[in-house]
Design a protein. Structure first.
Length: 320
């Protein structure tokens, strides 16, 4: 009898531990370095080598009194797909989970590293479905046919989960622009009934809310969950009331209270002009109107008197 030595590796010459070698009624397992030894009579034998996740090898060998060292390579039943998982907004890698379901409905799970890199094994010459998920991201499903897989590297971009974002301005209507600070993507539109409500992916945003006769509201937000806030736009106008007593500058006052001893000229009216163009006429003296800040001309008229134009009247935040 002679001693036969065996070395079992994969196609990359990596030793395979616990491979089962069967020769006749004899069975032996390989050690950590993929080796095994069996004492046999000189003869020709059928040999079978098995290992989970590898194709079974069937062969013949001849045992003689000379060299009895035998090397065998097992072919893996699996190939690997090298995944790179990215945040679709920032294009940066993210940790992800992989759920792989083969044709036999068997399910296995794998995880990437924190940079989104993962080598996911799938069966050769087979198809499977892969679900890729990550916390606060929308999952994505792929159908993979390994026989047609080329290249073996795939980049997958996951979209961020969306959250309710609501702002309640102190104005009834206007426009808004919500810009993602990472991607530059804009969410814009108009609003009414004093509410801005939409779904946006989590992240950092620059928000601008505008409304006629109001200064734009601007603020930075970081959205990580459902968000709601009341906001205030600063008026770019002031409410004034006009009172006409004489048709000159001293006789026209605008404030928020009726002047003392006020006696209005009969059928008096006030017309505001911007750049010499009339845009508002007031006939009900004392009724408040909203006037945007700026410089105006004021045309004043009344019964039985000549009209007058008072030029260069300034309406400012501190105007009374």
């Amino acid at each position: 009898m002679v001693e036969a030595s065996f070395a079992v590796t994969d196609k990359n010459k990596t030793p395979i531990e616990n491979a089962i070698i069967k020769i006749g009624d004899l069975t032996v397992k390989t050690s950590k370095d993929g080796s095994a030894k069996i004492v046999l009579f000189p003869a020709v034998y059928d040999i079978t080598i098995e290992k989970t996740d590898f194709y079974t090898l069937n062969s013949q060998l001849e045992i003689s009194g000379a060299n009895n060292q035998f090397n065998f390579e097992l072919d893996s039943r699996f190939t690997s797909i090298n995944f790179k998982v990215l945040d679709s907004t920032s294009e940066s890698g993210i940790a992800a989970n992989f759920k792989v379901e083969n044709q036999q409905k068997q399910i296995t799970f794998f995880n990437s590293d924190n940079a989104g890199n993962a080598a996911v094994p799938i069966e050769k010459n087979s198809s499977c479905s892969i679900e890729i998920s990550s916390s606060k991201y929308k999952s994505q499903s792929l159908k993979i046919d390994s026989s047609k897989l080329s290249p073996s590297s795939l980049t997958v971009k996951l979209d961020r989960e969306e959250f309710g974002f609501k702002l309640k301005p102190n104005v009834n209507s206007g426009t808004y622009n919500i810009k993602n600070s990472e991607s530059g993507k804009n969410f814009s539109g108009s609003f009414s009934e004093g509410v801005i409500a939409l779904l946006i992916p989590f992240g950092k945003y620059e928000v601008t809310v505008s409304s006629e006769n109001y200064k734009p509201f601007q603020k930075s937000f970081e959205i990580l969950s459902t968000y709601e806030e009341n906001i205030s736009l600063e008026p770019n106008f002031k409410s004034f009331s006009f009172f006409v007593t004489n048709l000159d500058k001293s006789g026209v006052t605008f404030n928020q209270e009726v002047p003392k001893d006020f006696i209005a000229l009969k059928n008096s009216s006030v017309t505001l002009l911007k750049n010499k163009v009339p845009f508002y006429t007031l006939k009900n003296m004392g009724a408040p109107i909203n006037i945007s800040y700026g410089t105006y001309d004021i045309a004043v008229s009344a019964d039985f008197t000549e009209s007058a134009v008072i030029e260069g009247v300034k309406f400012e935040p501190n105007s009374q």
